[in-house]
Design a protein around this ligand. Structure first.
Ligand code: COA
Ligand code: MG
Length: 287
């Protein structure tokens, strides 16, 4: 699957040191898994976690789930060895934390020649440099690191995330300008379903492709909210049909339910149907 044609609704972090969770993830309905060597792994477990993750990726079957490995930053004592260890693994992407600019991506690209690179967008400098990071030829995905970002900005927690909106949208604009996937940050209160639902809807309405998650209980909600629903699918089909009908009558625009349907709406409708199809394909492959 081309990277833009697959779903990224639910992107689950798993500490690479947690064998039980790693095992469990082979059957969870997450679209993507981030195998974490960074913040979820304690310093004295970093090396053993790297080795056991390398073995697991060789041996375990994660089906259609995208396998993303989050390494430690390259200026830590583990980062380079992490990158070298997974440089020719079967990981689908290598995720670099604390990316501040395109130079950081260059540094990783020199160690990892062939696997797509993703960037954690979680520092003020990284957000300000989002356009050059997204424009990097090897860069395929952005993951919002909202906890780190809030810490560095020094903002207060806010249920509507107003203090983070500029950063979220700056990264989204950069991602969309360069055909890069953009996944929203985590919702920390993993037992609060209503709160998660609200934040997933907000992220979806902003334009994110999906949400990063920390607990399996969050997967079903993210999958539901980031999937096109029946009504949207139906409307998309009717828009396409109405536009084609108008075309046959020699008109450049159609009217459906009292609203104008132009070429741009048809493009969006086709994209929505492609997304729905990709989700079905994921289910068909046991996702
Ligand atoms: N991925 C896969 N499985 C997970 C999981 C995850 N992220 N988090 C928990 N599970 C599993 C547990 O292993 C447990 O499995 P079991 O029932 O077979 O024993 C089950 O889900 C229920 O877990 P629960 O007891 O509710 O949670 P917990 O108290 O063990 O763990 C956290 C809570 C938050 C510590 C844990 O979910 C976690 O480590 N999340 C990821 C954190 C992370 O990666 N952070 C870095 C990026 S922000
Ligand atoms: Mg972080």
């Amino acid at each position: 699957m081309d990277h833009l044609d697959r779903p990224y609704r639910s992107v689950l972090y798993i500490p690479a040191s947690n064998e039980r969770a790693l095992e469990k993830a082979q059957t969870l309905a997450a679209d993507a898994i981030i195998f974490d060597l960074e913040d979820a792994v304690a310093p004295d477990e970093k090396e053993s976690a790297r080795q056991s993750l390398a073995r697991r990726l060789r041996e375990a079957d994660y089906g259609p789930r995208l396998r993303v490995v989050r390494i430690n930053a390259l200026d830590t004592k583990w980062g380079r060895a992490d990158a070298e260890c997974f440089a020719d693994s079967n990981a689908d992407a290598i995720l670099l934390p604390k990316v501040n600019g395109a130079d950081d991506v260059d540094e990783l690209a020199a160690i990892v020649p062939a696997i797509p690179l993703w960037a954690m967008m979680e520092t003020p400098l990284g957000v300000l440099n989002a356009p050059e990071i997204a424009a990097h030829g090897r860069l395929a995905g952005f993951v919002m690191g909202t906890n780190d970002l809030a810490k560095d900005i020094n903002c207060r927690p806010d249920p509507m995330r107003l203090p983070l909106v500029t950063a979220l949208q700056t990264c989204l604009l950069a991602a969309r300008a360069h055909g890069v996937i953009a996944v929203d940050g985590v919702y920390n209160a993993f037992r609060d379903e209503e709160g998660l639902r609200r934040e997933c809807r907000q992220g979806r309405d902003f334009g994110f492709d999906g949400k990063t998650l920390i607990h399996p209980a969050q997967i079903a909600i993210a999958n539901e909210i980031f999937s096109p629903d029946e009504g949207e699918i139906e409307l998309a089909k009717r828009q396409i049909a109405a536009f084609e009908e108008a075309g046959r009558e020699g008109k450049g625009v159609a009217v459906l339910d009292g609203r104008i349907v132009e070429n741009l709406h048809v493009e969006a409708a086709r994209r929505l149907l492609a997304r729905a199809k990709a989700i079905l394909a994921m289910k068909g492959e046991g996702g």
